[in-house]
Design a protein around this ligand. Structure first.
Ligand SMILES: O=C(O)[C@H](O)[C@@H](O)[C@H](O)[C@H](O)COP(=O)(O)O
Length: 260
């Protein structure tokens, strides 16, 4: 009997009037993912990005449905800087979210800043951090995050996976490093595509008119192969887009009314 391979499902595109409307819907979506995951296995594994994303998570603050003690947080990408540096994604997430909610700090998995001088060791160590969470239990080839939240840059990059970069072809490592990021700072560690594409749910959050050209390329012309178009979670994983009308104005790809 031959194995059945399911093609990835089409992305679900949700368009909202403005960024505030995204904030509310995103909070409901994250809480639903948390609820499903906690019911199934008693924990919720989520990976976050930098940029504007941490601020967009403000709808979770003060929400009694969030079970912070069940959250296990990782970074889909992180800048290679100390954790209190203004460029740190962890600092941004802490300032915008974690400092305002009762999440156990031991469940927020940061890069090991004693290794900032050696990118190879730093990314290996972060990969091991993921292996501790995921591989011991089921010897998985790749981790299956309950939810990965991503942003998209104006060149179509996501996490620290940039157009034309050799890291786009990485098919073995879970975490890789980059020393020549076109978006500063240049040194970063990032989840690879196999990790992103094994997640149960991946959601992009993109708002603002400056995203309109790239959003239409990524959704309407995926064969151009921009990094954001390569996010295609394997079945039964699902990709969602949370965008505002300003970003979606040139998109032909059909949107779906938001539902949980
Ligand atoms: O650490 C980073 O730089 C990011 O993780 C990066 O991939 C970001 O998500 C996009 O550049 C979108 O950034 P904005 O949301 O600020 O446009």
């Amino acid at each position: 009997m031959s194995a059945i391979h399911h093609a990835p499902s089409a992305p679900i595109l949700n368009v909202f009037a403005n960024a505030d409307a995204i904030v509310d819907a995103l909070a409901s979506f994250v809480i639903k993912a948390q609820k499903d995951s906690v019911e199934k296995k008693g924990r919720f594994t989520i990976a976050l990005s930098g940029g504007s994303l941490p601020k967009m998570l403000r709808g979770l603050i003060g929400n009694p449905a969030v079970k912070w003690d069940k959250w296990h947080v990782y970074y889909a990408d992180e800048r290679v800087v100390p954790l209190d540096h203004p460029d740190s994604n962890h600092l941004s997430c802490t300032t915008n979210l974690f400092s305002k909610v009762p999440i156990p700090t031991s469940q927020i998995h940061t890069i090991d800043t004693s290794l900032l001088h050696d990118l190879e060791e730093l990314s290996d160590a972060y990969e091991k951090e993921l292996i501790r969470e995921f591989a011991q239990k089921d010897a998985a080839r790749f981790p299956v995050f309950d939810l990965i939240l991503l942003g998209m840059g104006p060149d179509g990059h996501t996490a620290s996976l940039f157009p034309g970069h050799e890291l786009l072809a990485e098919d073995d490592r879970w975490v890789a490093y980059i020393e020549d990021s076109p978006k500063p700072p240049p040194k970063r560690v990032t989840f690879t595509f196999p990790v992103i594409n094994h997640a149960a749910r991946v959601a992009f959050v993109a708002a603002g008119a400056e995203k309109q050209d790239i959003l239409s390329t990524v959704l309407d012309n995926p064969e151009a192969g921009l990094p954001a178009s390569r996010v295609k979670p394997a079945f039964p994983g699902q990709l969602y887009w949370f965008v505002d009308e300003a970003a979606a104005v040139k998109v032909a790809f059909p949107s779906t009314p938001f539902k949980l």
